[in-house]
Design a protein around this ligand. Structure first.
Ligand SMILES: Cc1ncc(COP(=O)(O)O)c(C=O)c1O
Length: 388
């Protein structure tokens, strides 16, 4: 008996590995501060939860259209338009079980053997893993601290070839918190048009931009027809475990993704989708409060990190991750990450979990209480002082 060869190409996502280890330590009675995974300590707002309860008890528990229920597809169009991120019709929206499946579906639908996919490095690990699985060539685009955690247009140009099928953008960016300016987006868009490739615009942190305004690349001239806008309910509405996300794209791109939903999960539970309608159309106060709170937490946590000898950390412009440089600490970031978990119960991820260009960094999610963040700073500082 044997597995298909392609299975050896899939990689894992380290945050789930560290989460499992941290949970195990917790079960053994250790006190752990969880900074490893991109989840928040906020509960899903109660108006959203109430809808799902009503929907389930009223029997909305059967199959529904693969691309999503009309009410949610309409709500997505209104929400995207209200947020000035483009104009779409419900037929151009596909609802899926979270944002992540659309990374898989998009890469599978656009790229295969002989094709190339350019993606940010460091970046969300699935970009590279699924590109390999699809048989395409991964082309990492360095996002470096010395360039304010942006890629340069020259670096992008030098990676485009006649085989480029897809460019994945992610802004605000996980793990660095960097983002892209309007001018950069225009230059990227022009390159996409000249070289005729598709853009997957992973904008799942767009509502978590601490400075400036977010511009969706699909709204730029000539870009709508080649852009897939990716969004999720996970981050903006604290719904990570619900598994609900969506894409907006012209039908030549959205129809194949909908077909992939039919061929994999059939549909997202309709009661979850109706909760999504409430998330987008209902009271936004809880979501806005969370985003304001993340900014306060960012300031406390980054200032705290910068007060520790050997650590320097830029203020992320968006998303809820700190990406400190730990190169002055006499231990590799990978070892340091293990050490912090084992010795003082602070769960983090090493930069190497996100690619080849961020070996000197740790990633820590600051969507945690100020009390826990301050305790984490205290523990990290203590751990480092014991071996420096
Ligand atoms: C950059 C990026 N894209 C996509 C996703 C996937 O989101 P979801 O949890 O909704 O699948 C994440 C989740 O952390 C992410 O960080």
């Amino acid at each position: 008996m044997r597995l298909a060869d392609r299975m050896s190409l899939l990689k894992t996502e380290n945050s789930f590995v560290v989460l499992a280890k941290a949970n195990q330590l917790e079960r053994e009675g250790r006190s752990i501060i969880h900074l490893e995974i991109g989840d928040t300590d906020f509960d899903t707002p109660s108006n959203i939860i109430n809808v799902v309860c009503d929907e389930v008890s009223s029997g909305n528990t059967h199959y529904c259209p693969s691309a999503g229920v009309l009410e949610l597809r309409e709500a997505c169009c209104d929400w995207i338009k209200k947020n000035k991120r483009g104009e779409y019709s419900p037929e151009e929206i596909v609802i899926g079980p979270g944002g992540k499946p659309f990374l898989y579906y998009t890469i599978m639908a656009t790229s295969g053997v002989g094709d190339e996919v350019i993606y940010p490095d460091p970046g969300f690990p699935v970009y590279e893993s699924v590109t390999l699985y699809a048989g395409a060539k991964p082309v990492p685009l360095p996002i470096l601290e010395e360039n304010d955690f942006k890629f340069t247009i020259d670096d992008l140009k030098s990676r485009i070839s006649k085989n480029t099928r897809l460019l994945i953008l992610n802004y605000p960016h996980n793990p660095t918190g960097g983002t892209l300016s309007y001018k950069e987006l225009v230059e990227i868009g022009n390159l996409a048009i000249e070289n005729d490739f598709v853009i997957l615009s992973d904008e799942v942190y767009a509502n978590m931009l601490f400075e400036g305004n977010h511009v969706s690349i699909g709204t730029l001239d000539g870009m709508r027809e080649r852009t897939i806008l990716l969004e999720t309910f996970s981050k903006t509405y604290a719904m990570t475990g619900w598994r609900l996300g969506f894409i907006a794209a012209p039908s030549w791109l959205s129809d194949p993704l909908s077909q992939l939903i039919t061929n994999s999960v059939s549909c997202v539970p309709p009661f979850v989708q109706m909760a999504g309608v409430e998330a987008l159309n209902g009271e936004q106060a809880d979501s806005i409060k969370m985003m304001t709170e993340f900014k306060k937490r960012r300031d406390v946590f980054i200032n705290g990190l910068n007060s520790i000898d050997g650590i320097s950390c830029k203020f992320p412009e968006g998303a809820f991750y700190a990406f400190p440089n730990v190169s002055e600490i006499p231990m590799s970031a990978e070892k340091l990450s293990d050490y912090l978990l084992d010795e003082v119960g602070v769960a983090t991820l090493p930069g190497s979990a996100f690619g080849q260009y961020a070996d000197n960094h740790l990633r820590m999610c600051f969507a945690n209480s100020i009390e826990n963040l301050e305790e984490a700073i205290h523990r990290i500082s203590h751990a480092i002082s014991t071996f420096s």
